[in-house]
Design a protein around this ligand. Sequence first.
Ligand code: AHR
Length: 503
Amino acid sequence: MRTFTLSALVLGMHLTGAKAQTVQVSLKGKDTNVMISRHIYGQFAEHLGRSIYDGFYRNGKIQTGIVEALKKIRIPNLRWPGGCFADQYHWRDGIGPVSKRPVTINTTWGMVKEDNTFGTHEFLQLCEMLNTEPYIAGNVGTGSPQEMKDWVEYLNLKDSSQLADLRAANGHPAPYNISFWGVGNESWGCGGNMTPEYYADLYKQFAAFCPDYPGTKLKKIIGGANADDYNWTEVIMQRIKPNQAWGLSLHYYTIPTGNWDKKGSATSFDEQQYAHTLKAALKMETIVSRNEEIMDKYDPKKELALTVDEWGIWTDTEPGTPGYGMFQQNSLRDALIAASTLNIFNNHAARVRGANLAQTVNVIHSLILTKGDQHILTPTYHVFDLFKVHQDAMLIPLAIESPLYIKGNDSVNAVNLSASKDSAGITHITLANLDPNKPYSIKIPLTGKILSGQLLTSGKVTDINTFTQPDKLKLQVFKNVKTDAKGIVVQLPAKSVVALALK
Ligand code: AHR
């Protein structure tokens, strides 16, 4: 498989008149042999607000409309039951006859009643319907190694045992063979306010008692750092060997104002706030790079995956909805953030081999919003639709020296992109132009016949889809690309995401 290193030169100057500034990307042939793991496109469903109850699950039924929409974008894994909720969840509460399950209190999110009608079997049925891999977060905060071990045995043991027989009695004689297991969540915060030293010991204790039952090799994921807490990563890497886990997680949220108590509106923001928010979102590049550097010191062969298993833009909740529910709208700005973040993950695919958008339905940076049994697709859903082609394709590394989009004191690279070649030999390129005012002309030396072009944009970066206008933002056919012997030239509109396929 041939892959390339790209370096980019900004050729064009600011031209007067309508002609867009040109950004030229150069190719340097080099084999890197890096696959973009499909697990970068993972999702997240927590017992929080209307994610599960009145979202994925209503009146005791999995919502098939949501399932169909998510199947279309091929989600590779679904993380559950939290989040912070995971560290108070006791799996035995959510198995067996529904009428006999206890009512507990969700003390993390709003003190609401948790009737446990959506438990392990319901989650795994959802995953089966979605054709996606389950990613279960185990309880370290209020659980025990024994409880987590029992959950693994309940789900993965084929032979007869008390727990495997209980699973069969609950309707599933065959083992579920679950590979992805998180060991706690945000142990530096809601998961127990631990130091990295203390958590590293706990991780090893829990991991030691969760065996690979025949037929299923566990992929254990170490609870990772909060944003730019590089000391957490350093201590973990010093104390846990790469062969003691599959991955190390990382959580980073974009907070528009930078203030967790007043995060900023999802729908009402001016251009200055827009630029400021993008700058915060693109900090992901620095955070991922610094984590890579630290991991490379202890694990130069990159055995351990970095898995950003919570990311997204987190704003104030929609007026009239409870704060603990984290229900927020989703604008073109948020789609641009999603595209740029996925481009970052793709370009770091040698180390970033997992990520989970927080969260898929009705919570924070959602793909889907629901009202009763109706649902709408957000602009970010369409980004995941455009980017799904990169899943398990070979990375074509890109390094772009982009022109800057400057607003007041905030500046960011205006353009970002990533590219890959899939198993059918089709090259896929995804581009985002964050500048709300200026188009760019991007010259990319990747050759071939254009098979398709798709575009996501809208009149304003605040534009959203609503139940009265569900398709205000949707994918459009994009034809503004020319090919020649040297490559392609893309006329990238202001505030847009474009995906191209060529062969
Ligand atoms: O996604 C919402 C919450 O954000 C998660 O429960 C927690 O892990 C993070 O702080």
